[in-house]
Design a protein around this ligand. Structure first.
Ligand code: NDP
Length: 286
């Protein structure tokens, strides 16, 4: 049978390119889990993804009710779940005040981490039931959350502190909107959310890998400087960032190429994966 993969935020950028790369193999049915149904349908169509290879299902990660509803709808569809790709994210570097999810959490950590955390926690059961030879849960991380890299050392640096802001509700009203309890900084909130994404995979691996056989992974797809992720940034940044990444850092990756990379992480067989990791010595947490 075809593999069945859910990709969150598949309506643009990396998620869409990955959906396309997987659908083109003819071996996958892609469930595009998106907050804007029409946008996702249009994106699938204009990318040339054939109708029989995808289904759009509504998911707004900025609402925990919507996450639960999505899981119910997915289960009602009767499809198995072989791979879950948590890809959606928001990045709000120029925001001066926090904005909030439906549940009152700061929007970037609420969407990128808390929404995905609940989704992963609930769908673990479905992944566990899959009879697919290699079932996986993959979260897209970012180099900006790693302080052992150059990009991760550009201030403001990610720092979760003692999690006092998270423990306090992360709402920015009577408590801090930042995980470490500090004052609001949109760029830092994004980096913090990505650290949480990567830590979640490490902890899921520690708790559940042995018992379930699921592979938990996080990866950095490269700098895809042209995607909508930078839509909230100032126009000058959006103009200069792609050439800067192409010609100065040489870290630039096209949307197509990044989609192919993520698709490989979804479907490469375990044997090939280990051989590939061994020969390339790529930094990836599995
Ligand atoms: P895009 O902005 O193009 O894609 C983000 C996707 O997330 C969109 O489809 C968006 O939906 C969706 N999304 C946002 N909020 C929600 C929500 N509340 N519920 C459901 N979906 C939502 O950015 P990228 O493709 O660049 O980002 C994809 C991933 O790659 C992210 O995890 C990002 O952190 C990571 N990444 C990107 C890098 C880059 O250089 N671009 C570098 C490192 C990591 P909509 O279309 O409706 O807006």
């Amino acid at each position: 049978r075809k593999g069945s993969v859910i990709i969150t935020g598949a309506s643009s950028g990396l998620g869409l390119a990955t959906a396309k790369a997987l659908a083109e193999t003819g071996k996958w049915h892609v469930i595009m889990a998106c907050r804007d149904f029409l946008k996702a349908e249009r994106a699938a169509k204009s990318s040339g993804i054939s109708k029989e290879n995808y289904t759009v299902m509504h998911l707004d990660l900025a609402s925990l009710d919507s996450v639960r509803q999505f899981v119910d709808n997915f289960r009602q569809s009767g499809r198995p779940l072989d791979v879950l790709v948590c890809n959606a994210a928001v990045y709000l570097p120029t925001a001066s005040e926090p904005t909030h999810t439906a549940d009152g959490f700061e929007l970037s950590v609420g969407t990128n981490h808390l929404g995905h955390f609940l989704l992963s926690r609930l769908l673990l059961e479905d992944l566990n039931k899959s009879d697919y030879p290699s079932k996986r849960l993959i979260i897209v991380g970012s180099i900006t959350g790693n302080t052992n890299t150059l990009a991760g050392n550009v201030p403001p640096k990610a720092n979760l502190g003692d999690l006092r802001g998270l423990a306090g509700g992360l709402n920015g009203l009577n408590t801090s909107a930042m995980i470490d309890g500090g004052s609001f900084d949109g760029a830092k909130a994004y980096k913090d959310s990505k650290v949480c994404n990567m830590l979640t995979m490490q902890e899921f691996h520690r708790r559940y890998h042995e018992e379930t056989g699921i592979t938990f992974a996080s990866l950095y797809p490269g700098c895809i400087a042209t995607t909508g992720l930078f839509r909230e940034h100032i126009p000058l940044f959006r103009l200069l960032f792609p050439p800067f990444q192409k010609f100065i850092t040489k870290g630039f990756v096209s949307e197509d190429e990044s989609g192919k990379r993520l698709a490989q992480v979804v479907e490469i067989t375990n044997k090939r994966l280990w051989r590939w990791l061994y020969t390339k010595k790529v930094g990836m947490s599995v």
